[in-house]
Design a protein. Sequence first.
Length: 193
Amino acid sequence: MADFAPDSASGPESFVLFVEAHYQAAYRFAFSLCGNHPDACDITQQAFYLAHTKGHQLRDDSKRKQWLFTILHREFLRTRRRETAHPQTSLEFSEPLLPPIHVDHAIHLDSKAVLLVLQTLDENFRMPLVLFYLDQLSYKEIAATLDLPIGTVMSRLARGKQMLRQRLEEDRVGDAGKIVPMPQPKREGGIDG
């Protein structure tokens, strides 16, 4: 498949012919997977891009179309996994659901309190937080240290930070070093009585 290689002299013309021959079929397949035009266009374009940049990996030229459809399917699955892991939400409608942000919250924290609350987190979330913030390792270094994919490290860091923040909001550390729940304000009147 030397004619697909980007540095080949006949590459661009051959690739243009390949796109012209298979674009409609690839788009129809993408549309059947996605169910909408914009996403189908995006994954079709990405599949052709990957086919062009990785063309040197194809060993049997007679399987170009099958290979393209495999790339297309994998790209669809990759985008769906990303959308599932990171759903898009309009802030306009979800603003009332967002937790309140206290700018001066960090002023009231001490390192002992943070470390005590950090110890209550599950090891899967605590270890990446410790390596990132206390040992100042990069995502790549944490992934190598914990033998995890970088995406898993990033996900655990995000979830761990959220859990740590939530527990710090809910709890305070007493003088004796024990985590003591913060007193809840008493409600007067209304249904709660």
